[in-house]
Design a protein around this ligand. Structure first.
Ligand SMILES: [Ca+2]
Length: 375
């Protein structure tokens, strides 16, 4: 078990006091913002969730979850996580609180789950948070089938207003054609109840040969998802191939086209599929060509940046930017890149804090939690 020994060694060396780096002031179209590193010493941070006491849960891709104080002090890794496959894009991924966290103390998290033959897929578990440990860890979803691939795991966890849970998944890269077939979970958005059972109003429950968890299909690798606060609809963002990152309004039964239609091409060039449009397949509502490597996003609803109300704030890995998208109904009418590589860090997730400020986590070997405030 060389991985776990290495993990322990890294964990011990990574516990550090608060970050000391100087804040960075950046000019935007609507005033200056100040970016402050709240914490560092994380490894490929993936997701962040605020707890009611003002501390934060943070996941690290190699398979650790910690609690971070507002001053940036990292806890030891929480005990009790399941075994996580950590290779390529695999690892510990998203974390969210249960809607009833105040009473249940339950959290939900997604991760790459290995089998004993070297294959893997995306899984979701819930657990009770108690002190420095996760208790009663219960797996409620396991993407089928497991694949011999270290790529395209998704995933985001988003609560629908009816208490069901959306899980966004990837096509697992090596078997992309399966995104068009409903007998598997590759390249799908799925919807489950909080206990892992299937909602009986899911769109393919009565479709012969279809897996009943499926909500929508024809996706490549969805690493961003959020509910639009005005329409209550699910919006998702997915990595395209070379070119063709997409933002979609993700609705039940719909086919989002991958790999039959795309605005991208193979890495190094070469056509994928049939073109950009096809009857019965949805068009993205916005796309990036060339790709920015779109990942986590939010709809901003706080009061600290009133000029950004209901805008999308979206993280980019490759372009190391925070994108602001202005919407008019279901249309994107403007894009501003709030950061222009000043940080030099790949951004993985965006969260709105309970204070209305904006928090980012970075995908770096010395990963940070960043806070954005009006200057
Ligand atoms: Ca598409």
């Amino acid at each position: 078990m060389k991985y776990s020994l290495l993990g322990v060694a890294l964990c011990l060396s990574l516990v550090q006091p608060m970050a000391q780096a100087k804040p960075l002031d950046i000019k935007t179209e609507s005033g200056k913002i100040r970016v402050t590193a709240l914490a560092e010493g994380l490894e490929n941070a993936w997701s962040l969730a605020f707890l009611p006491d003002g501390t934060m849960l943070v996941t690290e891709k190699p398979g650790r979850m910690r609690i971070v104080t507002p001053e940036g002090k990292l806890s030891e890794p929480l005990r009790g996580l399941p075994k996580v496959f950590n290779q390529g894009q695999a690892g510990l991924l998203d974390v969210v609180l249960a809607p009833d966290f105040a009473t249940s103390k339950k959290i939900y998290f997604s991760y790459s789950e290995p089998d004993d033959k070297g294959k893997s897929s995306t899984a979701v578990s819930f657990a009770t948070l108690k002190g420095g440990a996760l208790e009663n860890v219960t797996r409620i979803f396991s993407q089928q089938p497991k694949i011999d691939s270290g790529a395209h795991f998704g995933s985001r966890l988003v609560w629908k207003d009816d208490g069901t849970l959306f899980i966004t998944l990837g096509d697992r890269y090596s078997e992309k054609d399966k995104a068009q077939i409903l007998d598997n979970h590759q390249g799908k958005v799925v919807r489950i109840n909080a206990d892992g059972t299937v909602p009986q109003d899911n769109p393919f429950v009565k479709t012969s040969g279809a897996l009943p968890e499926i909500w929508s299909y024809g996706h490549r690798n969805i690493q961003g998802a959020a509910i639009n606060p005005l329409t209550k609809k699910l919006w998702t963002g997915e990595h395209g191939p070379q070119g063709g990152d997409e933002l979609n309004i993700d609705e039940a039964t719909k086919n989002y086209g991958w790999p039959v239609i795309t605005y991208g091409e193979n890495y190094g060039g070469g056509k994928i599929g049939e073109g950009t449009h096809k009857a019965g397949m949805e068009q993205p509502i916005y796309k990036w060509v060339p790709s920015i490597a779109t990942t986590g996003f939010i709809f901003y609803t706080g009061d600290k940046f009133p000029q950004w109300k209901n805008n999308i704030l979206l993280a980019s890995l490759k372009e190391q930017t925070l994108v602001r998208l202005v919407l008019d109904g279901d249309k994107v009418v403007k894009e501003e890149r709030l950061l222009k590589k000043e940080l030099g860090q790949r951004l993985r997730s965006v969260v709105q804090g309970p204070d209305g400020l904006i928090y980012l986590v970075t995908d770096e070997s010395n990963a940070k939690i960043l806070q954005i405030a009006p200057q």
